[in-house]
Design a protein around this ligand. Structure first.
Ligand code: CTP
Ligand code: MG
Length: 248
């Protein structure tokens, strides 16, 4: 019998075209340094660390594709991993679509991974890929939430906001990336679900709207998203801890 995994080829699309407004002024977020290396390079290496990933597609800031190409040429990836750089769009959803449009025909499975999650461990990447190869059309890594979450009626800045509901915390999960998809499902979601406002911040949400099943696998603390300045402090601390542990 042939191994059903043998004809699967997995690519990772890395949306890295955002500005990083919440991080404050400076270079586009994906190009900011973490432990002396651009966040994007950490994210690319995190995907390339999985033996199953044969191609990484980086979606660069719209005017930054040549610079990102140079950056990737300078930082060695494993022999087995190819990479491509394409310019991104106005929203994450558009950037992901541009990355997916650039995939070669032989790719069957797609990971979508935020450049802003530079420290995701390879075990999480592999768990997502495995669940897709086992037949799930869409897979998201996620963790239980620590805070209680309230739904509110948004009001102007500083104005008290009425609470509408308190979802039961035990039923909630905070989702991370890489999210994994059967390619056909992800492409159908991008063809079918039209962007409203800022577009979808989560590809799996688009698949849900198709009515296709989405499953959650365990995420990882170190897969957190660098969003605000304090997240950079945490990311530097995680890197320092890794370096200390590697020293032993
Ligand atoms: N992203 C993208 N194209 C966009 C907007 C976002 O590729 N037009 C990417 C970001 O580069 C990031 C990921 O989507 O890797 C998650 O987005 P987020 O954390 O919101 O990053 P930014 O949009 O850059 O940050 P901010 O919202 O604070 O400006
Ligand atoms: Mg954003």
């Amino acid at each position: 019998m042939t191994d059903p995994a043998s004809h699967r080829r997995t690519a990772a699309v890395i949306p890295a075209a955002g500005r990083g407004v919440r991080l404050g002024p400076g270079a586009p977020k994906a190009l900011r340094a973490l432990g002396g290396t651009p966040m994007l390079i950490h994210a690319v290496r995190a995907m390339a660390a999985s033996r199953a990933v044969s191609l990484v597609v980086v979606v660069a800031p719209p005017d930054g594709a040549p610079q990102v190409k140079i950056l990737l040429d300078e930082h060695a990836l494993p022999e087995r991993t190819d990479y491509l750089v394409v310019p991104g769009g106005e929203t994450r959803q558009e950037s992901v679509r541009l990355g997916v449009d650039a995939l070669p025909e032989d790719i069957t499975d797609v990971l979508v991974h935020d450049a802003a999650r530079p420290l995701v461990p390879v075990e999480t990447v592999d768990a997502v890929i495995e669940a897709v190869r086992d037949g799930a059309p869409a897979v998201v890594p996620a963790l239980p939430v620590a805070d209680t979450v309230k739904q509110v009626e948004p009001r102007g800045k500083g104005e008290p906001e009425p609470v509408v509901a308190t979802p039961e915390r035990a039923l909630l999960r905070a989702v991370q990336t890489p999210q994994g998809f059967d390619r056909e499902t992800l492409e159908r979601a991008h063809r079918t679900v039209t962007a409203v406002g800022e577009g979808a911040t989560d590809c799996a949400g688009m698949v849900e709207r198709l009515g296709a099943p989405v499953v959650v696998v365990p995420g990882h603390e170190e897969a957190f998203k660098v969003t605000r300045p304090l997240d950079l402090v945490l990311a530097e601390a995680v890197l320092a801890r890794r370096r200390a542990n590697d020293g032993f």
